[in-house]
Design a protein around this ligand. Structure first.
Ligand code: PMP
Length: 382
């Protein structure tokens, strides 16, 4: 098997699994209990928070553990609309994660103004459009750090500065960037940040919302945990697994980012040279080291993925979260790609296990698939 779906999820590291096992065996107390078992769990929780903080470059008190980035993003929406002094208007980039986008757009039915910040043809948000939008006040600006489908990086720092100038809270969904490139909540100057552990070889069902110290943000889930900012008994084993993954990412990130960038460049060079009809999206922009979004002329994503899968290569169309549907990707549409073309898009996302031999095999396979498709002409059974 060649697994090229790391933006969907990653294999938990053995050290993550053993840290979680040890936690469930030996440290199963409730961190809110006052007895020694509870206090031991509380210490584990604090140590994990500090470790995750090192990767996020955020202070431990700024970190609220959640069930993942989807939940974190929903806390952001909730909080933005529960600040009576702020207008009922939010600004989101047009390429946010599908689930988040859907919830945000649904708010229109409740009378909230939801403005979508456009992107250019390379998939970068347009700062000129944001400047225009900021003529009017808003309760939130939300722009992801790196897009899950194309890997295109966004100008987070500039956007945070523009938001700060206008006194508008800025949220960044850094789910795809965490563990792939260095990032710093402190230096970005954002107010809120969402992340998830399972994209960096940690467990599923655990993530964090980072809230800048001093900012009060209304809680979606009431309860006294997480300093009353997220109710519910903590998923301690998940949190400990997140911390183990964060530590590994911090220690290996720079070499891994360089290694994957070289692999991605080899992959793209091979595709362009050898695969007839290939187009790569977002190629003119700065991107994550591991992500390639492509189409092969005349082929649907379903057919491409099926042909790859038959040869043991696993990938996804656009966002794994929205695949299975027959709608073209909202990200590619926002970049100006025609709907019928966007329906052919697949995403190859490399990871820590990807080797150069895998890249050669993927290029050779895609070449064979594209040539067979060309040879079959218009025969849909081919
Ligand atoms: N935001 C982005 C950019 C993502 O890629 C994902 C995962 N596909 C999410 C949010 C959702 O994360 P989770 O699975 O932790 O809910």
């Amino acid at each position: 098997m060649i697994y090229l779906d790391h933006n969907a999820t990653t294999r938990p590291l053995p050290k993550v699994i053993s840290a979680m096992n040890a936690c469930m065996q030996d440290c199963w107390g409730n961190p809110s209990s006052k007895h020694p078992l509870g206090q031991e769990a509380r210490r584990e929780l604090a140590a994990a928070r500090a470790e995750v903080g090192l990767l996020l470059r955020a202070q431990p008190v700024e970190i609220i553990f959640t069930s993942g980035a989807t939940e974190s993003n929903h806390h952001v929406l909730h909080g933005a609309l529960h600040r009576p002094e702020m207008p009922r208007r939010i600004i989101l980039s047009a390429i946010e994660h599908a689930g988040y986008m859907k919830s945000a757009l649904r708010l229109r039915q409740e009378g909230v103004t939801v403005d979508l910040l456009p992107v250019d043809s390379a998939g970068r948000v347009r700062l000129d459009a944001l400047r225009e939008m900021l003529q009017q006040d808003a309760a939130l600006i939300s722009v992801m750090a790196a897009n899950n489908e194309t890997g295109v990086l966004q100008p987070v720092r500039e956007i945070a500065a523009m938001a700060r100038e206008r006194g508008i809270p800025m949220h960044v969904d850094a789910t795809q960037m965490l563990g792939k490139l260095p990032l710093s909540f402190a230096e970005w100057g954002a107010d809120l940040m969402s992340v998830s552990a399972h994209k960096l070889h940690g467990p599923k069902g655990i993530g964090a919302l980072v809230v800048r110290k001093g900012l009060t943000w209304s809680s979606l889930l009431s309860g006294q945990q997480e300093r009353a900012r997220r109710g519910g008994t903590e998923n301690l084993a998940g949190i400990v697994g997140f911390a183990a993954a964060a530590r590994h990412a911090r220690e290996t990130l720079e070499t891994e980012a360089a290694r994957q960038t070289a692999l991605r460049e080899a992959l793209e060079a091979g595709l362009i040279e050898q695969v007839p009809g290939v187009t790569i999206y977002g190629a003119e922009a700065e991107r994550l080291p591991n992500t390639v979004c492509l189409t092969v002329a005349g082929m649907s994503s379903d057919k491409l993925l099926d042909r790859l899968e038959r040869r043991g290569i696993f990938a996804s169309s656009g966002a794994a979260c929205s695949s299975g549907g027959s709608d073209p990707s909202h990200v590619l549409l926002a970049m100006g790609v025609a709907g019928n073309v966007a329906l052919g898009a697949i995403r190859l996302s490399l990871g820590r296990d990807t080797q150069l031999a895998d890249i050669s095999e993927v290029v050779a396979t895609l070449r064979a698939v594209a040539e067979a498709n060309d040879a079959a002409g218009s025969n849909p059974e081919a």
